[in-house]
Structures are given as structure tokens and as C-alpha cells.
Design a protein around this ligand. Sequence first.
Ligand code: COA
Length: 244
Amino acid sequence: MTKEDGTADVWWARRQDASAGHVALLDETERRRWTAYRRDADRERFLAGCVLAKAALARYAGLRPADVRFDRTCGQCGEPHGKPSMRGGTLQHSVAHSGDLVAVAVAPDPVGVDVEQFDERPHPLGGDGDPAALARLVMSGTEQSALAALPPPDRPRAFLVAWTRKEAVTKATGDGLRAAFSEVVVAAGAGPPRLVSWPYERSPREVTLLDLDAAAGYVAALAVLGPCTAVTRRDGSALLAGLA
Ligand SMILES: CC(C)(COP(=O)(O)OP(=O)(O)OC[C@H]1O[C@@H](n2cnc3c(N)ncnc32)[C@H](O)[C@@H]1OP(=O)(O)O)[C@@H](O)C(=O)NCCC(=O)NCCS
């Protein structure tokens, strides 16, 4: 399986696709993290995301999933909890999970994916759920104004759409939440997503930003630090089932 320049694949699965048989594919560090999760749902999300990433990358590289190893060294402290990259691989990937969904994006250029559950959460935005208060923390002045101009019932979802776009960009750079989200400015509201400005030297115009059709009740976004003209949706559930 090949991956052409300027394209990306997004593999989608559900946390319930993780099964006991997949644990054998975890390395020692991953197994420690897996056992440390206290809640079943967190354990399943981690296992499904990790094994799906291995299985997907193995297909492009012509390897067995067990032979795919990740370097997760954190750029900040050196601990193994940073952006994962495949040792000896040429493709880039990104993992995201929320609720029941797990996504793994794969591309030749640095890539970031984010998914957030919107429906069926007691408070989709967390905290006290006030989009304006959260927007003051993570949005630029222009983005806050665009959010405030929407009818109140539309604001929580619009906030989450902007959030997933920002997080996809910062996951592609590898900075994640260390980046100042208010300086990662994305076109919010109607119209295609676009990175307007960011606190890096590279031109924001070189970044491809797309909303993904995840599943009902979820919002998701994909960022590629380079051109990306075609995104293919792939069946990660089938891939995981084939391994179990
Ligand atoms: C990356 C980050 C934004 C993800 O947040 P989240 O919404 O809770 O989780 P998501 O489901 O969207 O993504 C989780 C996945 O992102 C990946 N990831 C972790 N750190 C990452 C980073 N710096 N950049 C990109 N991806 C990262 C991992 O694959 C992780 O999955 P895993 O834990 O199952 O291995 C957040 O964890 C973060 O900012 N981490 C870095 C913070 C940091 O550097 N702190 C300093 C520590 S010393």
C-alpha cells in the first residue's frame, strides 16, 4: 500500500474494537501506560489508538504490526509521552480519541488529527460550559467576535469546531497544548477551514486544514503541514478485527 504526496488517509475505529488479543502488540512502555489507566474506556481508547496506528503503518511499510515501534520522546522533558513517530518509518501519523471514536491519520507530511464528542456528554465543553469564557482563554479577538455573533444555541458546537482545528494544527507541529492556542488562528464559522495565522516562521498558507466527517455527535479536523488535496476515509474497525 502506498501513500502519494499531497494525500492523507484517516483510519476510523471505535474503542470497543480493542480486544485482549491486541495487548500483545504493545511494547513495554505502552503496556505500562495501558495498565495505568483506571477506567475501562480510557484503557480501550489507548489500546485501540495505539494498535490501529501500528496496523495502519505496517500496511504502508510492508511490515507486521508487531514490528512497528514508536518513538514517543517528549520534546519538553524526554519522557515517553510526546507525539509518536514510527521508528525507521517515512510516513507521519497522528492519533486522536474521544468518546467511542478513535482516529489515526497518516500522511507523507507532518499531520495532526483531532476528534471531540459533542453529543451525549453531560457538558460538551467541560468546565462550566460557557463558550465565551473558554473562548477568552484559547481564541484570538477576531475568533471571539465571530463566536459571539452566532445565535447562542450554535456557539458550543462552533467553539468545538474551532478547537478541533486548532488542536489538529498543534498536533501536527508536535507542540499540542504547549502552543498558545489564541495565536493559532483558524477561520471560524461558515466557509472552508483555513489557518489564518500562527506563531511559527513558516507561512500559514502552506498548512492544509480540513474538517472531517467523523460520526453523528462528533466534530473532527485534520491538519497537514504541506499540501493535501485528497483525504481517504479507511475502515480501522475492520483492520483491528483482522488482528484480533
Ligand atoms: C497532544 C494533546 C493535545 C492531545 O490531547 P487530548 O485531546 O487529550 O488527546 P487526543 O485524543 O486528541 O490525542 C492523544 C494522542 O495524541 C498523541 N500525542 C501526544 N503528545 C502529542 C504531541 N505533543 N503532539 C502531537 N500528538 C501528540 C498521542 O498519540 C496521544 O495518544 P496516546 O496517548 O493514546 O498515545 C495533549 O496531550 C498535549 O498537548 N500533550 C503535550 C503537552 C506537553 O507537552 N506537556 C509537557 C509535558 S512535560
